[in-house]
Design a protein around this ligand. Structure first.
Ligand code: MG
Length: 173
C-alpha cells in the first residue's frame, strides 16, 4: 500500500451581502466570503490538499477564476470533480484534517455538518474527516474580521504499487 500526503491553504475576504458557506454548509452570519465561486474557503483548502497529494497542481489550474463557468458555483462541485479524478487514478482518502480560522461566528455547532457534507460529496465515511475551528485571539486580519482562512492536510492510499503522480496527471490531461 502506497501513501501520499498533501497540504492546502486558502483565505478569503469577508464582505456584506454574501452568504457564509463553509464545508458546503450555509452558516447564519451578517457577512459572507467574497470570491468567484461561493468562496468556501474550507473546501478550497481541502481541494488543494487533495490535488497536492497526487501531484495534480492546484485549484487555480483546474478551475480558473477567469472562467465564467465557475461563477458563484458551489465549491462542492470542485471537490466532487477532484475526488473523482483521484479515485480514477487509483487513490483513495485515508483521512482529512482541516482547521478553519475565523474570529466570528462560533463554528463549533456546524463542524459535524461540514464534515458530513464533505464526506458525502466524496462518498467516504464521516469519520475520515475532522474539522477544527479556531479564532486568532483577535490578532491579524482574521482577528479583525476582515476574512477567514483554512488549512487542510490529507492522507491518500493506493493499493497499486505503480500509482505515481504521473498516472494522476494522465487522468487530468
Ligand atoms: Mg479560494
Amino acid at each position: 500500500m502506497m501513501t501520499r500526503t498533501g497540504i492546502g491553504y486558502d483565505i478569503h475576504r469577508l464582505v456584506q451581502g454574501r452568504p457564509l458557506i463553509l464545508g458546503g454548509t450555509t452558516i447564519p452570519y451578517e457577512k459572507g466570503l467574497l470570491g468567484h465561486s461561493d468562496a468556501d474557503v474550507l473546501v478550497h483548502a481541502a481541494c488543494d490538499a487533495l490535488l497536492g497529494a497526487v501531484g495534480m497542481g492546484d485549484m487555480g489550474e483546474h478551475f480558473p477564476d477567469t472562467d465564467l463557468t465557475w461563477k458563484d458555483t458551489s465549491s462542492m462541485v470542485f471537490l466532487d470533480e477532484i475526488y473523482r479524478k483521484i479515485l480514477a487514478s487509483g487513490w483513495e482518502l485515508v483521512n482529512m484534517d482541516a482547521t478553519v480560522f475565523a474570529q466570528a461566528p462560533k463554528l463549533s455547532a456546524h463542524k459535524p455538518a461540514m464534515a458530513r457534507n464533505m464526506a458525502q460529496c466524496m462518498g467516504v465515511s464521516d469519520d475520515r474527516i475532522n474539522i477544527k475551528a479556531t479564532t486568532t485571539e483577535g490578532l491579524g486580519v482574521i482577528g479583525a474580521g476582515a476574512g477567514m482562512a483554512a488549512m487542510c492536510v490529507v492522507l491518500l492510499q493506493s493499493p497499486y504499487p505503480n500509482s505515481a503522480p504521473e498516472a494522476a496527471r494522465g487522468v487530468n490531461d
